[in-house]
Design a binder for this molecule. Structure first.
Ligand SMILES: [Zn+2]
Length: 245
């Protein structure tokens, strides 16, 4: 398999909330995209790991993912150790993603913080030829961090204006997580009055980052390295300027 973009989350739904719009946009543009959840979410307050797996499946279809998978790292116990690194290295070598998305390393949930470190380290180690997993070595071109609870000054922001609605649909696939038992009627999703408060928070943040680049909705990303620009005249050309109001 040769994926263009592979996003890792500690739990199913982490990726949708933070960078679902970008993944949906990439798929719409013809790229092969994937999501891997490190855990089955068995410690989630609402739902169960079986329900979560079903919702993960539904969300993957809404995002037009070429690949999605849940690993079996215990929920609430994501640790940065060799065993877990090898699991992620094997997935990276199998999927050969050009870019990898991971949570920002400053996070509220310890599993998210550990996932950030695990993915970054594994993406590097996957390129070492003598680290034997029975697969060819492969290193993604770039690890890109997505934003959750805590903000960072973005390295870049992706315009997701045309894909925001689909992003909200993929989030709402997690009915057990985001809707009360009496609200599990899909009809409730269609009215803005009934929609849960957290969707407004997602929309507010996406609007905020969209405003920074002069579009309706945006998702912010961080890379640790400086971004190489070969031709600043071309890069900051008419297309770039046209987005600024
Ligand atoms: Zn999570």
């Amino acid at each position: 398999m040769n994926l263009d973009a592979l996003a890792f989350g500690a739990h199913a739904d982490d990726v949708e909330l933070a960078c679902g719009g970008t993944l949906i946009k990439l798929a719409a543009w013809g790229y092969q995209t994937g999501v891997i959840a490190l855990t089955r979410g068995e410690l989630a307050t609402r739902g169960s790991s079986e329900i979560r797996a079903q919702e993960f499946q539904e969300s993957a279809a809404l995002m037009n993912l070429a690949f999605h998978k849940m690993l079996d790292i215990p929920d609430g116990r994501v640790e940065v150790n060799q065993e877990n690194k090898l699991k992620i290295i094997e997935e990276i070598r199998a999927c050969k993603p050009r870019i990898v998305f991971a949570p920002y390393w400053v996070a509220r949930h310890p599993d998210h913080e550990k996932t950030s470190h695990l993915v970054r380290e594994s993406a590097f180690l996957a390129g070492l030829i003598k680290l034997d997993t029975g697969q060819a070595a492969f290193r993604p071109h770039q690890v890109i961090f997505y934003q959750e609870r805590y903000e960072f000054p973005p390295s870049f922001i992706v315009d997701i204006s045309s894909w925001h609605e689909q992003k909200l649909k993929s989030i709402m696939a997690y009915k057990s997580q985001f809707l009360g038992q009496n609200e599990a009627d899909p009809k409730n999703e269609k009215t803005s009055i009934n929609r849960p408060e957290f969707l407004d928070r997602i929309e507010t943040r996406d609007r905020q980052y969209g405003a920074y680049i002069g579009v309706k909705y945006g998702e912010p990303f961080l890379v640790r390295e400086a971004i190489k620009v070969n031709d600043p005249v071309e890069f900051f050309g008419p297309e770039y300027l046209s987005a600024i109001p």
